[in-house]
Design a protein around this ligand. Structure first.
Ligand code: NAD
Ligand code: UGA
Length: 458
């Protein structure tokens, strides 16, 4: 048996890829990833072509470490019992009821894990908060542990994850930084170092930052909020470009070349999606309000308002254009994932855009290369049957074009850039192209094939 035992609770988009990379880089550690979702664990243990998460490069890593020093299991209790270090990587969605409803993070999964750890542990352990959680969560974990277990010592470490989906393997193998927060005590520093030792196996020392717990927790919320803020900033200017004739990509390039600003995260889009930006900003806003910092709360809340404004602007552009052409036309929507190279559609801009289209009498044919049909239907399950009747989920781009007036490309999948637009435009009833800025279809030749071309700044 390997000497160092790690357990990770939560086999999702963070737990799965993160533990796979740790297993790859740290052959001396034995890692068990556990989850209460049997189906997910079965998929992790099943054929490599049907892992629960699509992430470039992940399949090869799983192939080389699975059942060697990486194991997937539903037996949460025994994995906890045998481990010295326990990562908690469970989901922390926005609360849907109770105090802080619609804003604060729901920490019930984290609390359940903490209670279970306290109840089944027979030895001292380091608990690592990998999930994104509000400032003070480490203290809450500590309180739960103390109330259910007075025999063992637990050190709580905050080690937020900064991977982005679609590039997770690269982000994990070559991160900009690893952040480890802990208590400023002798035991706290020992625990911080034990976690740093894992990362030291492949990450240079200067990229491993150690802070107090609260700085670590707040830095994660702050990082996501800053990234989202840049997107809302550029998206807000795309609306002004539309009125003035400026081109948003040209503005982004000029602004981004200032080395103090930088060029990343300035791609105008229909709006940011993903499970975290909205949830983490709401969380920050809630914290600010809790501490009576209303101006600060309002500042960050506006990042979300612009994101909603942008999605609405785009769908209304489509609706208004189509209305002048025909009643109840069909449009082909390409892309359901919230960005390319993932099968994740949580908070995808496509969801809101398609809901608006269906609510305005437009028929929609959806195609996405990775998001399963069941997920798409689940994402819009609250729509009435009469609206859902207007929806078709296509199995190919060609299939989605049948009977369509136009194409609306929302996710920047590489395969959408390689469409034979000449052939595609011929298949359309009325060649119309709506493009999200992320698609980079900027060839004038392609655009000339369509009667109407609309981007987020035109
Ligand atoms: P996810 O929903 O994909 O996975 C979470 C998993 O935890 C689920 O499979 C769920 O069944 C399991 N789980 C929940 N409660 C459990 C319990 N009590 N016992 C056992 N299993 C339990 O979520 P995710 O996208 O991996 O995100 C996890 C956390 O990481 C969140 O806090 C998120 O904000 C943060 N985060 C996510 C990303 C990302 O790209 N998705 C990046 C950085 C940080
Ligand atoms: C984001 C952060 O980038 C990660 O650092 C963080 O760990 C993660 O959230 C998290 O905490 O969950 P992710 O949401 O996976 O990662 O993907 P991003 O690349 O950040 O994209 C988010 C959304 O913003 C996507 O819809 C993307 O298309 C959009 N986006 C991104 C733009 O509209 N414009 C840009 O310039 C960049």
């Amino acid at each position: 048996m390997k000497s160092k035992q790690i357990c990770c609770i939560g086999a999702g988009y963070v737990g799965g890829p993160t533990m796979s990379v740790i297993a790859l880089k740290c052959p001396d550690y034995n890692i068990t990833v556990v989850d209460s979702n049997d189906e997910r664990i079965n998929s992790w243990n099943g054929p490599l072509d049907s892992l629960p998460i699509f992430e470039p490069g992940l399949k090869d890593i799983i192939n080389s470490v699975r059942n060697k020093n990486l194991f997937f299991s539903t037996d949460v209790e025994s994995a906890i019992r045998k481990s010295d270090i326990i990562f908690i990587a469970v989901n922390t969605p926005t609360k849907t009821s109770g105090e802080g409803k619609g804003m604060a993070a729901d920490l019930s999964n984290i609390k359940k894990c903490s209670e279970l750890i306290a109840k089944v542990s027979k030895t001292d352990k380091i608990i690592v908060e990998k999930s994104t959680a509000p400032v003070g969560t480490a203290q809450e974990i500590k309180n739960v542990l103390k109330s259910f277990n007075t025999k063992n010592k637990f050190e709580i470490i905050s080690n937020p994850e900064f991977l982005a989906e679609g590039t997770a393997i690269n982000d994990l193998t070559n991160p900009d930084r690893v952040l480890i927060g802990g208590e400023n005590t002798v035991e706290g520093e020992i625990a911080i170092n034990k976690i740093a030792d894992i990362y030291r196996e492949w990450i240079p020392e200067e990229k491993i930052i150690m802070t107090n717990t609260w700085s670590s927790e707040l830095s994660k919320l702050a990082s996501n909020s800053f990234l989202a803020q840049r997107i809302s900033s550029i998206n807000s200017l795309s609306a002004l470009c539309e009125k003035t004739g400026a081109k948003i990509d040209e503005v982004a390039e000029a602004v981004g070349m200032d080395s103090r600003i930088g060029s990343k995260f300035l791609k105008a889009s229909v709006g940011f999606g993903g499970s975290c930006f909205k949830k983490d900003i709401l969380n920050l806003v809630y914290l600010c309000k809790y501490f009576n910092l209303y101006e600060v709360a309002e500042y960050w809340e506006n990042v979300l308002k612009i994101n909603d404004f942008q999605k609405k602007r785009f769908s209304h552009k489509i609706i208004n254009t189509l209305k002048t052409i025909k009643d109840n036309p069909t449009i082909s929507v390409l892309g359901w994932a919230f960005k390319k190279d993932t099968n994740d559609s949580r908070e995808s801009a496509s969801i809101d855009v398609v809901k608006d289209l269906l609510s305005n009498g437009i028929n929609v044919n959806i195609y996405d290369p990775m998001v399963p049909k069941t997920t798409i239907l689940n994402d819009i399950k609250e729509l009435s049957d009469s609206k859902l009747k207007k929806l078709k989920i296509s199995s190919s781009i060609d299939d989605s074009l049948v009977g369509s007036y136009g194409i609306c490309i929302i996710t920047e999948w590489d395969q959408f850039k390689e469409i034979d637009f000449n052939k595609a435009s011929n298949k359309l009833v009325e060649p119309i192209l709506f493009i999200d800025g992320r698609n980079i279809i900027d060839s004038e030749q392609i655009k000339s094939l369509f009667k109407h071309v609309m981007s987020i700044d035109s």
